[in-house]
Design a protein around this ligand. Structure first.
Ligand code: HEM
Length: 415
């Protein structure tokens, strides 16, 4: 790699605070599409896969690029940590299939379709409270509220629990951001938490919450995800650790990511008023616009696989046990797949983004839910908005994993 390319520091969470470094990814796609990035010890480094086709190949070939033999993020885990923190994300078929089957039907298009009216009601309620404020933080009042309330309903837990679930989720997933997490992984000693998901003590609170919910269902069964997990545990498919990790995965994966999609979508529509006008005039375009919002937002920057054998990918000689990191954020701007990729175009078609993964066994379980939530929110919001502008600086989460907006002050006028 030449000197300028060698300066590209994808692992540093600070690289993303000012916005995704799109020019870096552009250079990598063109000049070094599969490139080696050294990391500070004890990590060795990783391969960065930046082109759409290569990312797809890695995700489809799970025999060669395993989720089971290493972690699925940059952090390197020893065998004990891997075992303690395992979710369906860190398994390959056939165990993966067994885990996913436990609640896949609840997240199918039909499974989440049952919640459409409820989601619409929640969206209206949140907007009824937020919009009259006229000047407010869009993340705090709207994006943060919605996904967790939908999850509370799917989990049939009290809506009043939403604030603490949000707090725990933030602490876990935004574990590189000092404002959101006291146990900032790259600044304080988190050795005591090495066996917990995201090395975060907040996981213990999520687990005890999961225990309490399971107890409640022992006396009063419910037709929900927690019941399904608890049945799977009593049948021996899930261990106690599996139950905890499954619960945390759903709570976190379903909350943060959709929140960041909604915030990023709103920001894109503020920055592209012609696109907002188009959707207000032609609301039938909103479901298609959701796809462009998802591509634009790409809330998960990357996931990782581990090579099980020596293999060549676009000329790069990957060795067994190397970390292979697939950058969705880059594939979603691959100019060979998306004409004019840096344009935000709500009518873009086709729009085969990889925001939920490119397919393969780990394709996002919550994709239908996330799409439905995003579409409904903008269907409800846009007709009510006469004007919307930023009223202060947009602040982003410090993270090399999640692409998220922390604060977005807005001023609105309503119709
Ligand atoms: C816009 C919102 C969302 C985004 C961007 C997103 C993104 C992703 C990505 C990139 C993956 C990995 C795909 C792969 O490795 O190929 C994934 C997996 C997963 N997502 Fe989502 N997700 C979102 C919403 C949700 C929701 C609402 C839930 C449901 C509670 C959810 C649950 C999961 C689960 C359980 C997995 C693991 C699937 C597996 O390993 O088989 N996600 N998601």
């Amino acid at each position: 790699m030449d000197a300028a390319l060698a300066d590209i520091d994808l692992a540093n969470p600070d690289s993303y605070v000012g916005g995704v470094p799109v020019r870096w990814f552009e250079r990598l796609r063109h000049e070094a599409p599969v490139s080696w990035h050294p990391e500070a010890a004890p990590n060795r480094g990783f391969w960065a896969v930046t082109r759409y086709d290569d990312l797809t190949q890695v995700h489809m070939d799970w025999h060669t690029f395993s989720s089971e033999t290493g972690a699925v993020a940059l952090e390197e885990l020893d065998a004990e940590q891997l075992h303690a923190r395992k979710t369906m994300l860190e398994t390959d078929p056939p165990r993966h299939t067994e885990l996913r089957r436990i609640c896949s039907s609840r997240f199918s298009a039909r499974g989440v379709g049952r919640y459409e009216d409820f989601i619409r009601d929640v969206a209206r309620g949140v907007l009824d409270r937020a919009l009259p404020l006229e000047e407010f933080d869009f993340v705090g009042e709207i994006s943060r509220e919605l996904p967790i309330r939908f999850l509370c309903s799917i989990f049939t837990v009290p809506q009043d629990d939403a604030p603490k679930l949000i707090r725990w989720g933030d602490q876990m997933i935004a574990n590189q951001d000092p404002e959101l997490s006291a146990a900032q992984v790259d600044a304080v000693d988190t050795e005591d938490y090495r066996l917990l998901p995201f090395r975060s003590p907040a996981a213990l609170e999520v687990w005890s919450y999961a225990d309490r919910q399971r107890e409640l269902r022992a006396t009063e069964p419910a037709d929900d995800v927690i019941q399904a997990l608890s049945v799977a545990q009593s049948e021996g498919t899930l261990s106690e650790a599996d139950y905890h990790n499954y619960f945390s995965l759903l709570m976190i994966a379903g909350n943060e990511t959709t929140r960041h999609t909604i915030s990023a979508g709103m920001l894109a529509l503020i920055e592209h008023p012609d696109q907002r006008r188009l959707l207000t005039e032609r609301p039938e375009l909103i479901p298609g616009a959701t796809e462009e919002i998802l591509r634009w937002a790409t809330p998960v920057l990357h996931f990782r696989r581990t090579a099980t054998r020596d293999v060549e990918l676009r000329g790069a000689r990957i060795r067994a046990r190397d970390k292979v990191v697939t950058w969705y954020i880059s594939a979603n701007r691959d100019e060979t797949v998306f004409p004019d990729p840096n344009a935000f175009d709500v009518t873009r078609s086709p729009n085969e983004h990889v925001t939920f993964g490119p397919g393969g066994p780990h394709f996002c379980l919550g994709a239908h839910l996330a799409r439905l939530e995003t579409t409904i929110l903008f269907q409800e919001l846009l007709p009510r908005l006469d004007g919307i502008e930023l009223s202060g600086p947009v602040e982003r989460i410090r993270s090399n994993f999640v692409n998220g907006i922390k604060r977005m002050p807005v001023r609105v006028s309503t119709t």
